[in-house]
Design a protein around this ligand. Sequence first.
Ligand code: ADP
Ligand code: MG
Length: 681
Amino acid sequence: MNLDSRLTQLKGVGEKIAVLFEKLGIETIEELLAYYPKDYETYEKPVFVREIKEEGMVTIKGRVAAPPILKHSGKLQIVTAILQDETGSIQANWFQMPYLKKTLPLGKIFYFRGKVRTKNGFWTMEQPKFYKEEQYSILEKQCQPKYLLTKGMTDQGMSGWIGQALHEVFLPDYLEEIREKYELLSYEEAIKNIHFPENREMLIKARERLVFDEFFLFIWAMKKLKTSQRAVYHSFPMEEKAEMKRFIEDLPYSLTKAQAKVWEDVKKDFLSPFVMNRLLQGDVGSGKTVIAILALLFTSLNGYQGAFMVPTEVLAKQHLASMEEFFSHIGMEIKIDLLTGSMTQKEKKQVYEKIKSGETNIILGTHALFQERVVYKNLALVITDEQHRFGVKQREALSQKGGEPHILVMSATPIPRTLAIILYGDLDISVIDELPALRLPIKNCVVDVGLRQKAYTFILKEIEKGRQAYIICPMVEASEAISGENVLEYTNMLRKEFPDNIQIAYLHGKMKAQEKNQVMEAFSSNKIQVLVSTTVIEVGVNVPNASVMMVENAERFGLAQLHQLRGRVGRGTHQSYCIFLSGNKNKETMERLDILNHSNDGFYIAKEDMKKRGAGELFGLRQSGTLDFKIGDIYLDGEILKKASRAADNLLKEDPAFENHILLQTRLDSYSKGRTKNLNL
Ligand code: ADP
Ligand code: MG
């Protein structure tokens, strides 16, 4: 067995299970070993009942105080018992386990571990498992991996197979020659400990090594790309157009200094002989869209096509509407077409035709823009907004569609310049570092649910003034398992609560694209005054007339996410407000949310958030790192990122042909191939 072997080489993995693995994207032993746990089951130190203040997994050391009771509720059989320690007692419930009535250990000290929940100030523990002291003290020292699995697989099974693979294959360390210099675990130790941590320190070290690998490979590939593309000439000669000046003068506002500077950067690129690869960074609300519009217009006026890729259809429609208005204002004949996933085949075909013939100047849409069927006549510019990095592969695919176009990537991911330079090393960077003038800072408050009625009164007043409001709920519909506000019931409740003349609608990710579009359009044109939504609203939507953002169960969201949500208001000239309602009065929660009160700096917020969530979060590896990294997190791992960048620089300097680093060369080659494989295009 070696790293390339198929999984069926493992004992106990037949074709059936191999199919399940395929669903997870795992086909080889190498991929199996690189499938890191999403979290670890850790057994916490027991707490006193009196200390329980937050919902979640908890262990208490106590006894069953009185004989358990068996209740029936419909088909449900519930055993309840009172668990007691020195400081108090809590009710425990077990479902569909009637035999526990007889077998629960009465009176003796045990460790009970289960999820605690609160309803109307009454705490319960759900389905606790119980352990003797000796058992629990062993568990406390371990942490068991938990994986993201599909139906038919278990964590035990997965651990077993990974253990088997680790036992049988040899794991070469492609960083052997340099790892000591950068204080890294060997690859083998790291892989072993990420799956089966010896202890906490080793887990942290293992993670560090794997994060380093991820950053290092990424940075190296990018630096190579940069070297190889430095001298790419483009085939889209352009010239300055008088209409641009007119257009800019005709905008309903004047460009900020930062915007004007960025536009100069972009224009200089267009007029230079080399292909543009530029990142435009600017916090939410800084006004990136108009730069995109200027670039697209300039390209069209010069007789080429430009494509603008955005993450959602709602956003595509919104941009379409505003561009059409802008252009018609000054009587410009620019043809814009929309291309999105929800269009019918027939509609798409028509658009394909127009793109091919060159009738369309600007193509606006989602991922559909880059499907194979789309043939451009003379695509000179591609802009992507708020989306993941525009990968190497996409660029290749595009250049196969014609000459290599100019690329402008727009991002609101707040990162300091030093890190941006590393992460986007293949791009030139422009920053919009000021908000449009006349923009009043958003007023924030973090309150508990007791002030909800006051918040409603406030929202009604804003609506009277002609403004609109967003209300965010964490869930779409009611759920047995999780408590928290949900969009559907909330909307109904609010329709009763608010006067009839106020239109209230909802928006969530499960709705059809067309329904979503309708709702967004109605909200944009103030036919709807209150929009109750999940976080689908988070990305890029622009309704400058909305002045209130209220977030229910704010404690459920990450601060970075709340910051993005907050960015949906304060986009016009009106004073805007953000109300974060916390369903949890816990001191730590309030402190965490309070960070939002003190800062508008997205990076600072994201970083503080990570610090506060701290070790727990680090321990449970987040599967969705930022910026497409699997486990690396730029907020948490900035130092590792810098280290990896230094390492890549040194290597490229010392041994550019990899004469002394054969293993490394092989690894880098397979990385480049793997990247190509994983990018869905
Ligand atoms: P983001 O950078 O988040 O994409 P947008 O481009 O959507 O921001 O701009 C946010 C809002 O600011 C929009 O309503 C836009 O019309 C407005 N805006 C953009 N530039 C200016 C400016 N220079 N002066 C005033 N308002 C502006
Ligand atoms: Mg935007």
